[in-house]
Design a protein around this ligand. Structure first.
Ligand SMILES: Nc1ncnc2c1ncn2[C@@H]1O[C@H](COP(=O)(O)OP(=O)(O)OP(=O)(O)O)[C@@H](O)[C@H]1O
Ligand SMILES: [Mg+2]
Length: 255
């Protein structure tokens, strides 16, 4: 389970974020960047954040600690900004929090990543089909001289189709990934060696452990996925299938 904290104060919206994440203080006195369940694409985006963030952690890619942030109703009630108040009201209950990295700055190439730092990040994005790490939107923070990955809501997009059709893990496994626009794409060559090393870290039990971190109540059911357990199993099946069939996604955009 991810640790749960309770929000005690909404500090400030992070306006540059498309989904209006906010900086929130919690009952452990920590400051968290919160991705709200009431924003945009809803709770599936939070699931993608948990899956990719925790995969990053297993792979040794720096990523802020993730927590579940429980948002009490009265925090929404006393918010003056109407847009923020609507978002908070729609988000009462469990949300996703990332440890705030004080003094970090957005990756701009002034502190370029090394090839050793870049390869696992590019591999992770190819594996999870995360197209959201380009120069236009790097979604990397530089902190302590190293790049940290954030913002994974666009990855594992296959779940957005689950209301309409049956899950199809092989289809996801065979989706190519074009890394020519990736912000770190120029720093990596062939990913074959990286794949050998990193896929071995993601054995079935480890993937199951990562998938188990998604809170039950975020797992939406559908005609084809009648229970949270079935939905959880579908995530695991997709990750296993893609890990085991890298032919389509490993080579796209090779230099
Ligand atoms: N853990 C963190 N510590 C410090 N700042 C953060 C952290 N997470 C996010 N931020 C800041 O908040 C901004 C928005 O975060 P994020 O990219 O996750 O949100 P988003 O709404 O999905 O963004 P967008 O759609 O614009 O890419 C980041 O660009 C960064 O400046
Ligand atoms: Mg972003």
């Amino acid at each position: 389970m991810l640790e749960t904290v309770t929000a005690t104060r909404f500090a400030v919206p992070l306006r540059e974020g498309g989904s209006l994440p906010g900086l929130v203080e919690a009952d452990d006195l920590g400051m968290y960047v919160v991705k709200f369940r009431g924003a945009g694409q809803g709770v599936k985006v939070l699931i993608a954040e948990v899956l990719v963030g925790e995969l990053a952690r297993v792979l040794g890619v720096p990523v802020p600690r993730l927590v579940v942030v429980d948002l009490p109703r009265d925090i929404a009630r006393y918010e003056a900004d109407e847009e923020v108040q609507d978002l908070l009201t729609a988000s009462v209950g469990t949300n996703l929090g990332l440890d705030y990295l004080p003094g970090s700055f957005g990756y701009d190439g002034s502190r370029p990543a090394t090839a050793e730092q870049a390869a696992p990040i590019v591999w992770l994005d190819a594996f999870t089909a995360n197209i959201d790490r380009t120069w236009a939107n790097p979604n990397l923070l530089v902190w302590g001289g190293r790049p940290w990955v954030i913002d994974h809501g666009a990855a594992v997009y296959f779940h957005h189709g689950w209301g309409r059709r049956a899950p199809d893990a092989q289809r996801f496994a065979d989706q190519p990934f074009d890394r020519s626009d990736h912000v770190l794409g120029d720093l990596v060559d062939d990913l074959g060696g990286t794949h050998e090393r990193l896929a071995a870290l993601l054995d079935d039990a480890t993937l199951e452990q990562v998938v188990s971190l998604v809170p039950d109540e975020w797992l939406e059911t559908s005609e084809h996925l009648p229970s949270p357990a079935a939905t959880r199993a579908a995530y695991l099946e997709h990750l296993i299938a893609r890990r085991d069939r890298p032919a389509a996604w490993l080579t796209g955009g090779d230099r």
